[in-house]
Write a protein that binds this ligand. Sequence first.
Ligand code: 13P
Ligand code: SF4
Length: 328
Amino acid sequence: MTAQTAIPPGIDLLEEINRLRKEKNAVILAHYYQTPDLQDLADFVGDSLELSRKAAETDADVIAFCGVKFMAETAKILSPDKIVVLPDMEAGCSLEDSCPPEKFKAFREAHPDHLALTYINCSTEVKALSDIIVTSSSAETILQQIPKDQKIIFGPDRHLGGYLSRKFNREMLLWPGVCIVHEAFSEKELLKLKAQHPGAPVAAHPECPPTIIDHADYVGSTSGILNFAKSFDGDTLIVATEPHIIHQMEKALPEKNFIGAPGADGNCSCNICPYMALNTMEKLYLCLRDLEPRIEIEESLRLAAKKSLDKMLEMASGTVGKGDLGDR
Ligand code: 13P
Ligand code: SF4
């Protein structure tokens, strides 16, 4: 039986989700790249760092994670006694796919004097092989606490690593992974859009390639971009990240104009994250009802991965989710 046919006909999905979350004492966490219906019903919407913190501190029995698998796994690593469900277990990430644990292990072993600073967009196995995890909102704070003479390998996002390396004039060996969503923005189309909206600032996620970052007035995490949107002067902002975040901007500032940066085809449809898009209201209803699919992690692997995540939470403790990569 497919997920769709398992849903009783004629039910009100929102009503059922609300009933189930009470009945199961569930908290619904959602990332900004989820569709507006999921963002609007979530108990909390945030960037990767904020969602990790929420997962670590919740007293709910169930965490229903509207995001991608590495985010739900992070929730399980930090809250092992909770049931963690993900509406669609196929919701992966191109950065995670780019970094198979056995290859990452070999990379580490080839550089024994390097510290492994690793972006949270990776598998639990890669977290277990890393020294410190970072998110886009905590990377700068954490990097600044690492002694200047400490050699670093950074994976799996070469654009975030490259951005940090340029900004802090710090050499790092970069794993060659990219986010397929941010990689799809077109510099040529962005310049055309800027010409059509003279003076409109550009806010970009650090997963963007340098060809896009070079035109940005602000670079930061999803929460950072949202905060920039709430504070910039002017009436139009060009947003170079996954376009579903624009929902929050339009809710907060309905009088302003938020435009998604274009892909090579001149619109932003190629910048919708295909993994995040797998989660739907129907699948959220089913996972709350059946408490499946569940994230399960073998205990010794979980404990190994928790070390690098705990290090992140400790080193980022002063960081609020305001995208402290800051202005360029
Ligand atoms: P944030 O931590 O900025 O929310 O980024 C998560 C992500 O996957 C961006 O593509
Ligand atoms: Fe991964 Fe990119 Fe999707 Fe973020 S937007 S989850 S980095 S594929």
